[in-house]
Design a protein around this ligand. Structure first.
Ligand SMILES: [Zn+2]
Length: 172
C-alpha cells in the first residue's frame, strides 16, 4: 500500500460528534443544576453504545470554587466503555468546567486535551446540557442513579428524573 503525504483543503471543522441534523431528538437526562450540584456522575453515550463515564466535582478554594471534570479510565489507559465503580477504573483529569457557560477548559494536569474523544465528548455533553439542547435519538447524557449532590443512590420517583434527591429524601 502506498501512503502519500498530501495537503488537502479542509473546511472549517463542522464535522461534529453529532452530525445528523434532521434526526429525531431527545432531551438529555440531566440538567445544569445537576452538573453543578457538587458530586455529579454522568455518562455520555453515542448511538453505537460507546460510552464515557464522567464525574464533575466541586472543589472549594479560599473564596472561590471550581468544578473539575474527570473521566473514568481503565487503569493507565484510555477512558472508554467503563462503568462507574468497576474494578480497575480510575478517574483522570479532563479539565475545569465554567459554571456560567458550561465551557470545558484544559488545565495543567489534564490527561486529555482537545482532540481526544474523552475531552471532546465531555465538551459536547456539557454544552448540550448547559444550553438546554436536545440530542439525537440513540445518544444519551444521563446520570447513573446517584444523587448529584451527595453521591448516594437515588430512589425511584422524582429524584430519578432530576438526578437529585428531593427535599423529602435524605441528602446530607
Ligand atoms: Zn442527595
Amino acid at each position: 500500500m502506498t501512503v502519500r503525504k498530501r495537503f488537502k483543503t479542509v473546511e472549517a471543522d463542522d464535522t461534529p460528534l453529532v452530525p445528523v441534523v434532521d434526526a429525531p431528538k431527545v432531551t438529555p437526562g440531566i440538567t445544569r443544576e445537576f452538573l453543578l450540584a457538587g458530586r455529579a456522575y454522568f455518562v455520555a453515550e453515542n448511538n453505537k453504545g460507546e460510552q464515557f463515564s464522567y464525574k464533575v466535582h466541586r472543589r472549594e478554594f479560599n473564596l472561590s470554587e471550581g468544578f473539575y471534570v474527570r473521566v473514568a479510565c481503565q487503569s493507565g489507559g484510555r477512558g472508554l466503555l467503563g462503568a462507574h465503580g468497576s474494578r480497575g477504573l480510575s478517574y483522570q483529569y479532563v479539565g475545569t468546567l465554567n459554571a456560567d457557560t458550561g465551557a470545558l477548559k484544559v488545565v495543567g494536569r489534564s490527561n486529555f486535551i482537545q482532540g481526544t474523544p474523552e475531552f471532546d465528548v465531555a465538551k459536547w455533553a456539557l454544552e448540550m446540557v448547559f444550553n438546554e439542547r436536545d440530542i439525537p435519538e440513540g445518544y444519551r447524557i444521563n446520570h447513573i442513579g446517584k444523587c448529584g449532590k451527595c453521591g448516594r443512590s437515588l430512589v425511584d420517583g422524582l429524584s430519578s428524573t432530576t438526578g437529585l434527591h428531593t427535599e423529602e429524601e435524605d441528602c446530607p
